[in-house]
Design a protein around this ligand. Structure first.
Ligand SMILES: O=C[C@H](O)COP(=O)(O)O
Length: 249
């Protein structure tokens, strides 16, 4: 039985003071023991948020990291810095990183491998555009993204990863995928992982859905057999995030 994960992705929101205030408001309201809760926060918020969740089961994630360990990469943050700051998860390959910062499959694969090397759990994002969906090439495209992200990743390491299926047309638009659409793609991802690594990895790897998840649609999405939780953007910045985590209570 795979434990669900609900990860918030704050994106470029929340100053350190706002971050601590939100975490303090929410941290005692997650009453669902069957869900791992993760706050993926901007780099500057990591240290205060790690401090604010001390003594709880909540984990902290980064929204990005470099695949190099150190050096002349102005403005970047390294896996070692994240680890030492108390981070457990890192989002890799979010569509906004692909679109606005030119991250390609090779860069994403390097980040996945480096995160694993540092004991960070990558949340590997994939997702199609509306054009790709309309052309009927969604599953092929997603499989290509997944195959590229897992290049040179062993079965033992793949098992530790989390995948997030986020259709680009559903991100921040209020247009959530239907549970059938989300399930279809998450099932296809699991089949692809089965082809790459076999049954044990396929049945244990956690696959999340992201894209306009809110307190009203989470339960239906999370009931799907291949959806193991959510990567939540906008709704993770408000008390709705607790309702999403407590979706079946
Ligand atoms: O990483 C989160 C996704 O981009 C979803 O964002 P959203 O929930 O605001 O649509």
């Amino acid at each position: 039985m795979r434990k669900k994960i609900v990860a918030g992705n704050w994106k470029m929101n929340m100053t350190p003071k706002e971050a601590v205030s939100l975490v303090c408001e929410l941290r005692d309201k997650f009453s669902n023991r069957d869900v791992d809760v993760v706050f993926c926060v901007p780099s500057i918020d990591i240290i205060p948020v790690v401090d604010a969740v001390k003594g709880t089961d909540i984990k902290v994630g980064a929204e990005n990291m470099h695949y190099e360990e150190k050096g002349a990469y102005t403005g970047e943050i390294s896996p070692g810095m994240l680890k030492e700051a108390g981070v457990d998860y890192v989002i890799v390959g979010h569509s906004e990183r692909r679109q606005y910062f030119g991250e390609d499959d090779e860069c994403i694969n390097r980040k996945v491998r480096k995160a694993i090397e540092y004991g960070l759990t990558p949340i590997i994002c994939c997702g199609e555009t509306i054009q790709q969906r309309e052309e009927g090439i969604t599953l092929d495209f997603i499989n290509k993204q997944i195959d590229a992200a897992f290049l040179q990743v062993s079965a033992k390491d793949a098992m530790k990863c989390v995948i997030a299926y986020e259709p680009i047309w559903a991100i921040g638009t209020g247009r959530v995928a239907t549970s059938a659409q989300a399930q279809e793609v998450c099932e296809a991802i699991r089949l692809d992982i089965r082809k790459l690594y076999g049954e044990e990895v396929a049945s244990s790897i956690r696959i999340l859905y992201g894209g306009s998840v809110n307190a009203g649609n989470a339960a239906e999405l999370f009931r799907q057999p291949d959806i193991d939780g959510g990567l939540v953007g906008g709704a993770s910045l408000k008390p709705d995030f607790c309702e999403i985590v407590n979706y079946n209570i």
